[in-house]
Design a protein around this ligand. Structure first.
Ligand code: GLY
Length: 363
């Protein structure tokens, strides 16, 4: 990995459709943002200082839509509808750009609104959480929730730019930072790099340094995670095959989030899902022995949970309603080894029978 790399491209049929750009601080993106035409900024009030900074550097910001109390509950069609109404009132046309400033909920929603407003206008993202930097804000999935079912309504709409900088990580609460560590770990379990050392380097960074998030090595790992995702999306943008690997741990996670009603974050749910996927893989004889223990150890190092607190029957019901379930079967992503995952279509009840001991109350 070239540590000086400051841009990653996502391609479709050889043409660049999306760029992930790196800089040390938000101000480093002003030059590009100034080229985006009239920019309509949608931002989370919790990160207002970055929105103010962008506005200060970029006179082409034509208006702001402030999102208050951002949560999975507010990630709805109604909010996307409000963003579209505002775009219309503020005079956004087909040459305008939406710039989302915030975490994954903000980029998912603002990206969704941009993808349907006047049949689609450009969107760019300035992700302010680690989770959004390595996953949510890259790859073009947009969406909103339907009741407590996650991302049931959505589109594929590639962001023109995703702006990634360590500055925004500095003041992230530890729990929110840990959410992002989950998606990084997931990415490196899928692709541990040509030297097979990404997970180990990540664990060294996390365990040695409370402030690892501001270190050069950590920024390099963020860029590597972004680059893995960009590569997968370039090869399989619409999730016909390889992209499903990025759902490692997520089928369990979405069911856990549904049962948790907002008490467990997405990253924590994915952490539990990673552990469940690893244990399922070992029980099926797919994983190299010790893989689940190794993944559980990584989750411990990151201060993330491993055990599902909900009864297996509750989880099973939610999994059947997942948008990816087909005839009560789900494409589970299983782990053969760190850096080597495989897809298997399995009956939900077969998987959950095996995992009963990993859940809150046995059948
Ligand atoms: N978050 C998984 C994906 O973008 O495909």
């Amino acid at each position: 990995m070239d540590l000086r790399m400051d841009q990653i491209e996502i391609k479709r049929n050889g043409d660049t459709v999306s760029r992930v750009v790196f800089a040390p601080a938000v101000s480093g993106f002003a030059g590009i943002i100034r080229t985006l035409g009239r920019v309509f900024m949608v931002y989370d009030e919790a990160v207002e200082r970055y929105a103010v900074e962008v506005k200060g550097h970029c006179p082409n910001v034509a208006g702001n839509f402030v999102l208050h109390n951002v949560s999975e509950e507010s990630k709805t069609v109604r909010t996307a509808d409000n963003i579209c109404r505002w775009l219309l009132e503020a005079g956004a046309d087909r040459n305008s750009s939406v710039l989302a400033v915030g975490g994954g909920i903000v980029s998912d929603m603002a990206g969704f609104a941009a993808s349907i407003y006047k049949r689609g206008i450009r969107a760019s993202y300035l992700p302010t959480t680690l989770l959004a930097q390595v996953d949510a804000a890259i790859g073009g999935k947009t969406g909103v929730n339907l009741d407590s079912y996650k991302n049931i309504i959505g589109t594929f709409h590639q962001p023109e730019y995703t702006f990634v900088c360590p500055e925004v990580l500095e003041s992230l609460p530890d729990r929110v930072f840990a959410d992002g560590l989950t998606e990084m770990l997931k990415t490196f379990i899928i692709d541990n790099g040509i030297h097979g050392d990404r997970v180990e380097r990540m664990m060294t960074a996390v365990s040695m340094q409370a402030r690892c998030r501001m270190e050069t090595e950590f920024s390099a790992l963020v860029a590597e995670a972004a680059s893995v995702k960009a590569g997968v999306v370039t090869r399989d943008e619409l999730e016909g095959g390889e992209r499903r690997k990025l759902n490692l741990g997520h089928t369990f996670a979405h069911a856990i989030e549904h049962c948790a009603n907002g008490t467990i974050s997405h990253g924590e749910a994915v952490a539990i899902g990673l552990s469940m996927a690893a244990h399922l893989s070992e029980s099926l004889g797919i994983a190299r022995s010790g893989t689940a223990e190794r993944i559980d150890g990584c989750l411990d190092t990151c201060g993330l949970p491993k055990k599902c607190p909900f009864p297996v029957a509750m989880l099973e019901d939610a999994m059947r309603k997942d948008k990816k379930s087909e005839d009560d079967k789900v494409h589970f992503i299983l782990v053969r080894d760190i850096g080597d995952v495989v897809e298997r279509l399995m009956d939900v009840s077969e998987a959950m029978d095996i995992l009963a001991g990993h859940c809150g109350t046995e059948r």
